[in-house]
Design a protein around this ligand. Structure first.
Ligand SMILES: Cc1cc2nc3c(=O)[nH]c(=O)nc-3n(C[C@H](O)[C@H](O)[C@H](O)COP(=O)(O)OP(=O)(O)OC[C@H]3O[C@@H](n4cnc5c(N)ncnc54)[C@H](O)[C@@H]3O)c2cc1C
Length: 474
């Protein structure tokens, strides 16, 4: 008997497993693939995800393997530098191969004690009042109290749950791969530059020794993307777009992705939940999907752990959907907008020019940057100061930094008054009394995901909010 079974060990599943383990929840992750895939997509990790990684002590490992870039140019690739003074100690973007992120998160989860079984696909389940019986493709049956589908865009869990996934189907597929090109580099560069000046799309980047990353529109849309494209598909499309296939041969890996946009109607049905691409898909504009999934996991982890440990206040688990589904809906919308802004239609181009001008206004640029990087998220915790519901940036403390105090995935009261206590919840909430903390309010209550759940200075008021988020004292 496990507490939680997670279907899928992509970034969302691995992060969720680690978050649950911070609370000693018995977690099993079932991953369909026996080995990691061979394709290497470089993804962008944005400010909010970098902050979460810092909070869990993972950032240094990621920084060693990725490349920092300035934050600018992330909305519809409009080439504007990021506004000055972004409110984050990690105001940069990290470009990093997705397999590296996946592996680091998987290692983090197993180091914390999560079990990961590879080559094991979830094929069915049944839920009852006490738990979920999960059936694997090989017929084995396992039992847990909850099941979370982190099994990607074609989620088996979502389909079996019967949860609708409305939205728009893919209108255009793209081929992406790494292969060798026999043509001389100057010829390739000249052709790419020539096509760059037209409304056709072609991206070829050299990796050295004749190996290139190639991104080219596909010939049509395929609903079933499980089958990778062939070398001949690439050659054909290169000829159609560039008039030559550049002597393409010896692919390292080839893949295809679409631009479908869909959002799950519900994130929870009883004891079964959805997170990451299983709950939302959208085109890669702005590089947000993995970030969104990891942030779902950090939002859900402590709430599900609280439910299992028995201290969750009524309806805490339902705040997962209430908070995260609107965030995903907003990401879907901003990617829809970005896709339109990439269109070669004269009207769309005119809107793009106008928006490019508007981004010279600091407030517009800041708003869009905070949206894509997710540091602008404000959950609705009721009426209160603007900081309520937002995440707090990492700040210096008398000893160390704030985010270092959040590593254990607990709540935290940061108290400049030195009068407050969190007595009775030693397993859930920590207290840091520090009159020197760089905070312009007397005290805050942070949730384990770093969002501000209370601002004030009076103990009875704090006690009410501790009960609201962390249950009654033990
Ligand atoms: C071209 C491209 C560029 C992108 N660039 C970025 C970027 O810059 N930044 C960004 O944030 N995002 C980016 N993304 C999106 C990002 O790759 C996804 O959002 C992310 O991988 C989603 O993570 P996930 O864990 O939710 O799902 P997945 O990564 O899809 O993982 C799901 C896992 O579940 C497993 N699985 C599936 N079915 C089962 C089953 N029945 N049982 C058990 N296991 C199962 C799969 O094998 C897989 O390992 C990009 C996507 C594309 C296509």
């Amino acid at each position: 008997m496990f507490d939680v079974i997670i279907a899928g060990c992509g970034p969302t599943g691995a992060m969720l497993a680690a978050e649950l383990r911070l609370h000693e929840v018995r977690v099993l992750v079932l991953e369909k693939e026996p080995e990691p895939g061979s394709f290497v997509r470089i993804v962008s990790l944005h400010m909010r995800s970098l902050e979460l990684m810092a909070m869990r002590g993972l950032l240094d490992r990621l920084l060693e393997r990725g490349r920092r870039r300035p934050v600018g140019g992330i909305f519809a690739a409009i080439p504007k530098p990021a506004p000055e003074g972004l409110d984050s100690a990690h105001a940069y973007l990290l470009g990093i191969p997705q397999p590296v992120v996946n592996q680091l998160l998987r290692d983090h989860a197993t180091e914390l004690g999560a079990q990961v079984r590879v080559g094991r696909a979830v094929a069915g389940f049944e839920q009852d009042d006490e738990g979920v019986t999960v059936e694997l493709a090989d017929g084995e049956r396992l039992r847990s109290r909850y099941l979370v589908g982190c099994d990607g865009a074609r989620s088996t869990v979502r389909k079996l749950l019967g949860v609708g996934f409305p939205g728009e189907p893919s209108r255009a597929d793209t081929l992406m791969g790494e292969l060798e090109l026999g043509a001389p580099p100057e010829e390739i560069a000249a052709k790419v530059a020539e096509i760059g000046g037209t409304d056709k799309r072609l991206n070829i980047r050299p990796f050295g020794e004749g190996v290139y990353s190639v991104v080219v529109p596909a010939a049509g849309v395929r609903e079933d993307r499980a089958e990778p494209p062939t070398l001949e598909d690439f050659r054909h499309q290169l000829r159609a777009i560039a008039g030559t296939d550049f002597g393409a041969h010896s692919p390292r890996w080839l893949s295809r992705f679409g631009d479908a946009t869909r959002l799950a109607e519900r994130y929870r049905v009883g004891r079964v939940l959805l997170a990451g691409d299983a709950a939302h898909i959208h085109p890669p504009a702005g590089g947000q999907g993995l970030n969104l999934g990891v942030q779902d996991a950090v939002n859900l982890g402590w709430k599900l752990a609280a439910q299992i440990r028995g201290w969750a206040p009524e309806a805490l688990l339902d705040t997962y959907q209430a908070e995260r589904r609107p965030v995903a809906a907003d990401v879907l919308d901003n990617t829809r907008a970005q896709v339109e802004l990439h269109s070669a239609e004269p009207g769309a181009q005119a809107v793009r020019r106008l928006l490019t001008e508007l981004m010279d206004f600091d407030e517009v640029n800041r708003y869009l940057t905070e949206k894509i990087t997710a540091i602008g998220i404000r959950y609705d915790f009721g009426a209160g100061p603007d900081l309520l519901g937002r995440r707090l940036r990492d700040i210096d403390l008398k000893q160390g930094r704030l985010y270092d105090r959040l590593r254990r995935g607990r709540g935290l009261v940061l108290d400049r008054t030195e009068r407050l206590t969190v007595a009775g919840r030693p397993d859930r909430v920590d207290l840091v009394a520090d009159p020197t903390a760089a905070l312009d309010v007397p005290a805050v209550l942070l949730r384990p995901d770093g969002h501000v759940a209370w601002i004030g200075e009076h103990q009875p008021d704090l006690d009410d909010h501790l009960t609201r988020w962390f249950g009654r004292p033990a």
